[in-house]
Ligand binder design. Structure first.
Ligand SMILES: Nc1ncnc2c1ncn2[C@@H]1O[C@H](COP(=O)(O)OP(=O)(O)OP(=O)(O)O)[C@@H](O)[C@H]1O
Ligand SMILES: [Mg+2]
Length: 264
């Protein structure tokens, strides 16, 4: 608990109803620790509060009750020590792709030559070399999303919050990006909290899969995935133990998506 890089302690969240009715309870008591260098995937039904949890870790939202800590310190302001890839790509429309990706380096006072080199390699890593001078509205949705990933990875944060980062990508690009993330995070020893709807993706990438219930949400399970690394993201079924790990997650998650037990 104490050596967790991120810890969520008895988190509750309520929001005012837009119509002015009673407040809506979204999260109903969640405890979750993310250990140093660990990759934790969070899955849960739409609207259960996954993005809300990430916003708390980024310091963009204070929980109604409970405490979120980063390296033991209570997060009570915008947390600039974590990299955050939000669910919606948020590139500045008036800046080119390269300028968008360069921005965090400018803010950190990195010299021009190094900025150029790092922007080029971050764009290359997400398959966007050649699009430096494009503005966001000249890029596809998936390209904007990759640009937003590059903008976060370019400054090499050691804690990364990712909210369905690969959801908008085509299947092939997605596999390549999963593979890259797996390698990069292992090489850099980064701590990652990763929201996804995709059980296969969660099992392939994560050390632990945290499963949230429908709202008001609780944590149904936090399942350790002990598959050897590196894992083959291109052919998930070829990873020894993949089926059992998938089943362990699916057997908990299925109750939340209203599908009756099937015999096959
Ligand atoms: N600022 C807000 N004001 C009122 N309600 C909010 C606010 N932010 C989130 N909510 C509500 O909280 C709930 C959880 O939202 P959140 O975005 O965290 O869900 P999610 O689990 O990320 O869903 P998805 O998988 O669809 O992205 C939703 O019902 C949403 O309407
Ligand atoms: Mg969300």
């Amino acid at each position: 608990m104490t050596d967790a890089v991120l810890s969520f302690n008895d988190i509750r969240q309520e929001f005012p109803a837009p119509s002015g009715g009673p407040r809506v309870r979204v999260i109903d008591g969640i405890d979750l620790d993310v250990g140093g260098g660990k990759f934790v995937a969070v899955i849960g039904p739409s609207g259960c509060g996954k993005s809300t949890l990430l916003q708390m870790a980024a310091g963009l939202l204070a929980p109604t009750r409970g405490i979120v800590r980063h390296r033991g310190t209570v997060i009570d302001a915008v947390n600039r020590e974590v990299g955050f890839v939000p669910q919606q790509a948020q590139l500045f429309p008036w800046k080119t792709l390269a300028e968008n990706v360069e921005l965090p380096l400018l803010l950190r006072g990195i010299a021009a030559a190094e900025r150029r080199e790092r922007v080029a390699s971050a764009l290359d890593a997400v398959g966007l070399a050649g699009f430096e001078q494009y503005f966001p509205n000249q890029l596809s949705g998936g390209m904007q999303k990759r640009g937003s990933i590059a903008r976060t990875l370019v400054y090499r944060p050691d804690v990364i919050l990712m909210d369905e980062p690969f959801g908008a990508l085509d299947a092939q690009t997605r596999m390549v990006m999963q593979d890259d993330l797996q390698r990069q995070s292992r090489d850099a020893g980064a701590t990652i909290l990763f929201v996804t709807h995709d059980i296969t993706e969660a099992v392939l990438l994560a050390d632990n899969v945290a499963i949230m219930s429908q709202r008001p949400s609780t944590l149904l399970a936090n399942i350790a995935i002990d598959l050897p690394r590196p894992r083959n993201v291109f052919e998930p079924f070829k990873n020894l133990g993949f089926d059992a790990a998938y089943d362990a997650v699916w057997s908990v998650f299925r109750s939340q998506i209203g599908i009756r037990q099937r015999t096959h």
